[in-house]
Design a protein around this ligand. Structure first.
Ligand SMILES: Nc1ncnc2c1ncn2[C@@H]1O[C@H](COP(=O)(O)OP(=O)(O)OP(=O)(O)O)[C@@H](O)[C@H]1O
Ligand SMILES: [Mg+2]
Length: 322
């Protein structure tokens, strides 16, 4: 399988008053062509920032280090112009917050056609036609009417689908979808997942899907990486992650998703204990203070990510059943 995206030692740091926040630390990952990688982890674990860094879209107080290769080219340090071209055509991101991916005071139709005219060089008329097609594929009711609307006139779910349409228009090689279904109701959520799955099968498009939801990962992903406090703590095939998770954090996340004590009001699973303070991480494993299996060593040094079995890696000192 050919690698499309590769991150090596990718770190993201933010300057804040009173110090720095290491939001992402030394992440290594690959996404092959036609593959779907899931990125799981609690709120604040660095999922979004990792991929915003890939896109060159960090906030001003943030900076990234390491390297990012897309289709054999280093893009983290690429000139702005080259990055804009790759970003517009080859990689598309569906943002977590649908509003931030759309221009508020521009009609949906104009936003969609502008992308096509600018990046694909097709005529305005053909661009309109293709925009309607994509909205139809995403089952947005009355697509022609929607094109005349502004983002604030659409419901959250429709806005989300308009943004997915925007991402799909140029037929990108890689789609990075950040919680693409969180704002949607169950039926539409299922449609969007089915659509993404179909796209991957039919067109060899690679997908990164960032989610809190093991169910979403199960449906769509070939492989999964689990993040905690900015680091990858486990990665492997989805089947192995589910049937024999090696890291106590992955186990806890899984239990929280399925568990009886999960909060029915919230989509987001909660794990007992305090989320880590990224400005004050202790020397050992960042999860140790919340880990029911921690041994003294876990508080003294940080376990590196290492092979547990074929195709599977975890960063934990405690031996698990394999
Ligand atoms: N501009 C910023 N300045 C300082 N810290 C930031 C900035 N943007 C993000 N962070 C911090 O970086 C950390 C990682 O954030 P990130 O958005 O990647 O989390 P996430 O895993 O995507 O969470 P969620 O599931 O809630 O979206 C968080 O602690 C966040 O507060
Ligand atoms: Mg996020």
């Amino acid at each position: 399988m050919r690698t499309l995206l590769r991150c090596e030692d990718l770190s993201v740091r933010f300057n804040v008053r009173g110090g720095v926040i290491d939001a992402v630390s030394n992440v290594n990952l690959t996404v092959n062509r036609g593959e779907c990688l899931g990125v799981l982890g609690e709120s604040g674990s660095g999922k979004s920032q990792c991929f915003l860094a890939v896109m060159g879209l960090l906030s001003r107080n943030g900076s990234a280090s390491g390297s990012v290769w897309f289709d054999g080219r280093e893009i983290l340090n690429a000139p702005r112009k080259e990055l804009d071209r790759i970003r517009g055509r080859s990689i598309a991101m569906v943002f977590q917050d649908a509003m931030s991916g759309l221009t508020p005071f521009m009609r949906i139709g104009d936003q969609l056609t502008e992308v096509l005219v600018e990046h694909m060089g097709i005529s305005e008329q053909d661009a309109r036609k293709r925009s309607v097609e994509v909205l139809e594929i995403l089952q947005l009711p009355q697509p022609r009417r929607r094109l005349r609307m502004y983002p604030y006139e659409l419901s959250g779910g429709m806005r989300q689908r308009a943004m997915i349409a925007l991402a799909l228009l140029c037929k990108p090689e890689l789609i990075i979808a950040d919680e693409p279904t969180t704002a949607l109701d169950a039926t539409i959520q299922a449609q969007v997942l089915e659509f993404l799955g179909g796209l991957k099968r039919r067109t060899d498009t690679s997908i990164v899907i960032i989610t809190h939801d093991f169910g979403v990962a199960l449906e769509l992903c070939d492989r999964v990486m689990v993040m905690y406090a900015g680091r990858v703590v486990e990665c492997g095939l989805i089947g192995d992650i589910v049937s024999r998770p090696q890291h106590p954090y992955t186990q806890a996340l899984f239990q929280a998703t399925l568990g009886i004590d999960a909060d029915p009001e919230s989509d987001i699973p909660t794990i007992p204990g305090q989320a880590p303070d990224l400005q004050r991480l202790a020397t050992g494993c960042a999860f140790a203070p919340r880990c029911s299996q921690a041994i003294p060593r876990c508080h003294q040094s940080r376990p590196e990510l290492k092979k547990s079995f074929d195709g599977h890696m975890a960063a934990c000192f405690v031996e698990q059943r394999r």
